[in-house]
Design a protein around this ligand. Structure first.
Ligand code: PEP
Length: 257
């Protein structure tokens, strides 16, 4: 069986300017010992305007922190005012990019087609997409969370070649748990993460399914992370609010302590 390195990613959303970003990243870097980085991959996802600051800090201090962006354009260059391309992110040393966060779907009308185009754009520039999927409260109440989430997955991965699929990160983020303080139970998280892995085996093969890291996201904190990480198909967390508190994020990274 493949051993998947846990991936803890902090989505800062639209918080922290480029000076605050340096202070926050520095605090995290000092708090995380070398052994944390070895056991867990730690990824910062700041706003676009902070990326250069984070890059300078990581390069200058030779930190093992990795970082990425919260979105990218589906296009590589040209007349797309206000957008940022995958090549720009790659040039800034980004390793990851979030695709299809529920806030992008809600406020910017992103759907399976845009997610598919953005996943492809990410891979064109060597970025690993963190593809977000997950159901809203109405879907959860109707008990349709698995088919709903798998339909989002199928759409975003349409015609994606196997060698790219194997590198993906998928974040299962039930929308009702994001920023609400209402975390999914470990069993809720496992049900959908397990179904995602089974679908990857159907769409590709068992090798791909074993390799892909699946995160849970939605009100993850230091005191609930261990139970969620104990689930066999949960390989990490996508953390919003708690990633803005350095001490709390370090507790999440050290979920095994
Ligand atoms: C997120 O923004 O992806 C998220 C999971 O937020 P929070 O941890 O605040 O629920």
């Amino acid at each position: 069986m493949t051993t998947r390195t846990p991936l803890m990613a902090g989505n800062w959303k639209m918080n922290l300017n480029h000076l605050e970003a340096i202070a926050h990243a520095q605090k995290l870097a000092f708090a995380l010992a070398d052994k944390d980085y070895e056991a867990v991959e730690v990824v910062l996802l700041p706003p676009f305007t902070d990326l250069r600051s984070v890059q300078t800090l990581v390069d200058g201090d030779k930190l093992k922190l990795r970082y990425g962006a919260q979105d990218l354009s589906s296009e590589d260059s040209g007349a797309r005012t206000g957008e940022i391309s995958g090549s720009m992110l790659a040039k800034l040393g980004c390793a990851y990019v979030v695709v299809g966060h529920s806030e992008r779907r809600q406020y910017h009308g992103e759907n399976e087609e845009t997610c598919n185009a953005k996943v492809r754009a990410a891979f064109r520039h060597g970025l690993v997409p963190i593809l977000c999927v997950g159901e809203g409260l109405d879907v959860r109440k109707a008990g349709e969370q698995v088919p709903h989430t798998l339909a989002q997955l199928d759409g975003a991965l349409r015609d994606l070649p196997v060698e790219q699929a194997a590198r993906l990160v998928i974040a299962y983020e039930p929308v009702w748990a994001i920023g609400t303080g209402e975390v999914a139970t470990p069993e809720n998280a496992q049900e959908v993460c397990g179904a995602i892995r089974a679908r990857l085996a159907e769409l590709y093969d068992s090798g791909v399914a074993e390799q892909v890291r699946i995160q849970y996201g939605g009100s993850v904190k230091g005191d609930n992370v261990a139970a969620i990480m104990a689930q066999p198909d949960v390989d990490g967390a996508l953390v919003g609010g708690a990633s803005l508190d350095a001490d709390e994020f370090v507790r999440i990274v050290r979920f095994r302590d």
